[in-house]
Design a protein around this ligand. Structure first.
Ligand code: FAD
Length: 305
C-alpha cells in the first residue's frame, strides 16, 4: 500500500467521513486516507440517534440528501420536555425551515457515511490505530499506524485532520490543552417493542426529555421498533447515588412521570451502558498542516448489573 497521501484523516466517524466527502467534492484529485481503529464489522448499537432538521442542510451540501431519504429511518416530529415541572411542553420541528428531523439507527448511519466516503473516492483503513507521536518533517506529517495488530508502520501526508472524536488523539499528542466543561455522562439502555412496522414511526415520533433531581431522562424511538432511554447525569452523582447499578437505575426510571410510560410494553434489548457525554473544547483547533473537526466521547464501558 502507498505511504503518502494528500490528506490523512484520523477517525472515520461522521466528522471524518463528512470531511472526506467535502474535500473530494471541492478537490476531486485529492488522495484521502481515513484511518479507523474500529473493525469493519457491523455494530449493533451506537448512541446519538436524533438527526435534527438542521442536519438536512448538511446532507444536502454533501449531496447525500436524496440517498439518505431512501434509508428508511423514522421521522422525528420534535421534542417534548417536562423541565422542572410535570407539564409537558412541545417544540415542533414543523416550524423549522428544514421540516422534520429523523431518528436513525446510528451504527448503520455511521457505516452508511463511511460507504459514501469510499464511493466518493476516499480510502478507509479499518482496524487501524494511529499510535505514538506524530512528527512534522519536510512539510509532511509522519504518523505511526498499527493495522490488525501488525507492527507499526509510517504513513505521511502534508495535511492531517484530527477527527478522532473525544479522544482528540492528534491534538493531545501535540500537547494542545483539552478543556472539559462539565462531568456529564449518559447511562443508557436499548429496548425492543413488538411494533416493527414502518408505520411505527419510532413510537410517537418525539424525543422526550424529563428532568429529575440528578439530571434528566432522554428517550427516543428508533427504527425497527427499538427505543433508547438514557439518564444524563454527572459522573460523581452517578457514583454517590449508585445509578450505575441496574436495579437502582430501573427504580429511578419507574419514578418518572412521563418517561416510564413509553417503555411499558418494551423489553430490554441490552444491559446498561455508560458513555462520557461532557462538553470539551480544544484550546487550539488547527496549526501547521493540521485541523481538528467533530467531537465525541470515546469510551463505552459496560455497567455493573
Ligand atoms: C450520549 C450521547 C448522545 C448523543 N446524542 C446525539 C444525538 O441524538 N444527535 C446528534 O446529532 N449527536 C448526538 N451526540 C453527539 C454525536 O454523537 C457526536 O457529536 C458525534 O458522534 C461526533 O462525531 P465524530 O466523528 O466527531 O466522533 P466519533 O463518532 O467518536 O468518531 C471518531 C472516530 O475516531 C476513531 N478513532 C479515535 N482515535 C483513533 C486513533 N488513534 N486511530 C484511529 N481511529 C481513531 C474512533 O474509533 C471513532 O470511530 C451524542 C453524544 C453522546 C455522548
Amino acid at each position: 500500500m502507498r505511504q503518502c497521501f494528500d490528506v490523512i484523516i484520523i477517525g472515520a466517524g461522521i466528522a471524518g467521513c463528512a470531511t472526506a466527502l467535502a474535500l473530494r467534492q471541492q478537490l476531486s484529485h485529492l488522495s484521502i486516507l481515513l484511518l479507523e481503529r474500529r473493525k469493519n464489522t457491523p455494530q449493533s448499537f451506537r448512541i446519538g440517534e436524533t438527526l435534527p432538521p438542521q442536519a438536512m442542510a448538511l446532507l444536502q451540501q454533501l449531496d447525500l440528501l436524496a440517498q439518505f431519504r431512501l434509508r428508511g429511518d423514522v421521522v422525528s416530529l420534535g421534542n417534548r420536555s417536562a423541565w422542572g415541572s410535570s407539564q409537558l411542553s412541545e417544540n415542533l420541528f414543523l416550524y423549522s425551515c428544514y421540516g422534520h428531523g429523523w431518528h436513525i439507527d446510528r451504527a448503520s448511519f455511521d457505516n452508511w457515511m463511511a460507504q459514501q466516503a469510499e464511493r466518493a473516492g476516499a480510502t478507509i483503513l479499518h482496524d487501524t490505530t494511529v499510535t505514538g507521536i506524530p512528527v512534522y518533517e519536510r512539510q509532511h506529517w509522519h504518523l505511526g499506524v498499527t493495522q490488525n495488530d501488525h507492527a507499526a508502520r509510517n504513513i505521511e501526508a502534508p495535511i492531517v485532520v484530527d477527527a478522532s472524536g473525544m479522544s482528540v488523539f492528534f491534538s493531545r499528542s501535540r500537547n494542545i490543552n483539552v478543556v472539559a466543561q462539565d462531568k456529564l455522562i449518559a447511562i443508557f439502555r436499548y429496548y425492543q417493542t413488538d411494533d416493527t412496522s414502518a408505520a411505527d414511526n419510532g413510537g410517537d415520533g418525539y424525543t422526550l426529555v424529563e428532568s429529575c433531581s440528578y439530571g434528566w431522562w432522554y428517550s427516543a424511538g428508533l427504527p425497527h421498533g427499538r427505543r433508547v432511554i438514557a439518564l444524563m447525569t454527572d459522573s460523581d452523582l452517578a457514583r454517590t447515588e449508585n445509578l450505575l447499578q441496574e436495579a437502582i437505575w430501573r427504580d429511578a426510571l419507574l419514578s418518572t412521570q412521563h418517561t416510564c410510560t413509553r417503555f411499558a410494553h418494551a423489553e430490554p434489548l441490552t444491559s446498561l451502558h455508560i458513555k462520557p457525554a461532557h462538553s470539551q473544547q480544544l484550546e487550539r483547533s488547527c496549526g501547521q498542516g493540521w485541523y481538528a473537526v467533530g467531537m465525541q466521547p470515546r469510551l463505552l464501558i459496560r455497567c455493573h448489573r
